[in-house]
Design a protein around this ligand. Structure first.
Ligand SMILES: [Zn+2]
Length: 456
């Protein structure tokens, strides 16, 4: 490819990838506008008021996401059409030279350049963050932050990300300074091995850093879980309750551990919402009306869904697919990064800084491959969810699973019916109505639908 071909292909790829996302969001907008009346199917999972509110919120969010994709398209087009990277690269080098710091392996220059690009990117998206948090989320009562807490939070995130970028760029400079062109092979092997090591070490070394695990007390729930595990030949080593405040995300009920030594884990908040748990019963006694909570059968239904993932080796498949994704990325980068014309196309004469090459390839030429693999992984994840649901249904938990999903949904502000193509592209976990359709009718969840009062 000539230098001109590189620029043209990069611009074309950027427009094509972002246009696909704009099209999907546009389809969703058209769908949301059309569905302004509560359908009989949606009526099973939501009341009129919640339907109206979630629709308005979804429309507002959709407008924001369309703006965000358009902003990103504009940013990527500016970067591919104008020699922005060359300008920042040259000026940051002058800055480092003027400071007279010793710069072994181009270490300082790479860090200053990486930080400047990341800072520019954050500033470019900052107006959108303000609009999303301080306007949309506040309007629907979903934002707990005042403007000054929001600013403090943004500043902390910015400092953290700058430190992380500096550490990553410094590590990269060191490896590429020592290994030269073999750096990529090393990075690929390093990431592949670390991701496998993370999975192997997670149950015994990493999870205890974020959670305190205690055994589920003896009682009917524990007996039922052990009985279900025995029936499905699950290698159960313990039934635990996980209490943690340092985690970013958590599941209600999940499986922990490696092949022959696995535990069933109930999140503490989830366990406290089980009708037979001591906390639930204490809370219930202090109220006059019925407190929403899970029956033990519903806990088993959710657990049977997890057993479905285990029986079909979904986690192993996800791991193999993520390694394949990494390998494709590695091959693409190796193919393009050796080409001198790639650097010439973006204003770099005979100079070929590896960091620049990575930014250009990641932001443009690798984009369609990444987009394709991302969308494919969403489709696969959705298929696995349907398979796990179907496993639970085969073991007579179909109806209880639907009711449990309804309770899980009480805190989300998701519109119940989305455009099918949009949902297939973005929702790794299918919407409740999509799951219920696959499981059978929605008749058995009537009476469990959440209202605005339950969800906020
Ligand atoms: Zn699942």
């Amino acid at each position: 490819m000539t230098a001109e071909d590189f620029v043209r292909s990069a611009a074309l790829v950027v427009v094509a990838c972002h246009s696909l996302n704009i099209y999907l969001h546009y389809r969703q907008r058209r769908h949301l506008r059309r569905h302004d009346v509560l359908t009989s199917e949606a009526e099973a999972v939501m009341d009129k008021r919640r339907f109206r509110m979630t629709r308005l919120y979804a429309l507002e969010k959709n407008k924001f996401l369309l703006m965000k994709v358009a902003f990103t398209l504009l940013r990527d087009l500016i970067v591919t059409t104008f020699p922005i990277y060359h300008f920042v690269w040259t000026n940051t080098r002058h800055l480092v030279e003027a400071s007279e710091l010793e710069d072994r392996f181009n270490f300082v220059h790479n860090c200053v350049f990486g930080s400047t690009i990341a800072l520019g990117n954050s500033l470019f998206h900052f107006p959108l963050e303000i609009y999303s948090t301080l306007y949309i989320e506040t309007k629907y009562g979903l934002n707990q932050e005042t403007p000054d807490i929001f600013l403090k939070h943004q500043l902390t995130t910015l400092i953290r990300s700058q430190l992380l970028i500096c550490a990553a760029v410094a590590g990269f400079s060191l490896v590429s300074g020592i290994l030269g062109n073999n750096a990529f092979l090393f990075i690929w092997i390093f990431i592949s091995v670390s991701s496998v090591l993370f999975i192997l070490l997670y149950p015994n070394c990493i999870a205890p850093m974020f959670d305190d695990f205690t055994s589920l007390p003896e009682g009917s729930l524990r007996e039922k879980i052990e009985c279900l595990a025995r029936k499905l030949r699950f290698p159960l080593s313990g039934v635990l309750i996980a209490e943690g405040t340092k985690r970013m995300t958590h599941g209600d009920v999940y499986l922990l551990g490696l092949s022959v030594n696995k535990s069933v884990v109930l999140d503490k908040d989830f366990y406290d919402a089980v009708k037979t748990s001591p906390t639930y019963q204490r809370r219930q006694r202090s109220r006059n009306d019925e407190l929403s909570g899970y029956t033990e059968e519903q806990v088993l239904a959710l657990l049977c869904h997890e057993f479905g993932h285990w029986k079909s080796h979904h986690n192993t498949t996800h791991l193999i697919l993520s390694q394949f994704h990494l390998f494709i990325a590695f091959v693409t980068f190796v193919v393009f990064l050796e080409d001198k014309n790639l650097y010439r196309a973006f204003g770099f004469g005979n100079e070929q800084p590896l960091l620049i090459g990575i930014l250009i390839v990641a932001g443009s030429l690798y984009h369609p491959i990444d987009e394709f693999l991302d969308k494919a992984s969403v489709l696969i994840a959705r298929r696995f969810e349907f398979q796990a649901d179907s496993f639970a249904k085969r073991h007579n938990f179909g109806s209880e699973l639907k009711k449990a999903v309804m309770i899980q949904e009480r805190f989300t502000w998701k519109f119940p019916i989305e455009d099918w193509m949009f949902s297939c592209a973005y929702n790794t976990i299918p919407l409740p109505l999509e799951r219920f359709r696959a499981l059978g009718s929605t008749d058995d969840v009537k009476g469990t639908k959440p209202s605005i009062r339950d969800g906020s």
